[in-house]
Design a protein around this ligand. Structure first.
Ligand SMILES: [Cu+2]
Length: 70
């Protein structure tokens, strides 16, 4: 499970855009969004860097992981 802090994710529309982008990259991935925390959790066989690129490509670059669990 990869956890990303995504400061630009501010509403349900952002969350669904992110979910769609992640599922396009990995149709089998599982996505959990904690909107108030601006957090996206992804269970995927893709590695963390790839998932971060997908988020950035969708317009929602993740913040550098300080203590984000992974
Ligand atoms: Cu939004």
């Amino acid at each position: 499970m990869h956890s990303f802090h995504v400061p630009g994710m501010t509403c349900g529309h952002c969350a669904s855009t992110i979910g769609r982008a992640l599922r396009t990259a990995d149709p089998a991935c599982e996505v959990e969004v904690a909107l108030p925390l601006r957090e996206v959790r992804v269970r995927s066989t893709e590695d963390r860097a790839t998932l971060a690129e997908v988020l950035a490509g969708a317009g929602y670059p993740p913040a550098p992981a300080a203590a984000a669990g992974q």
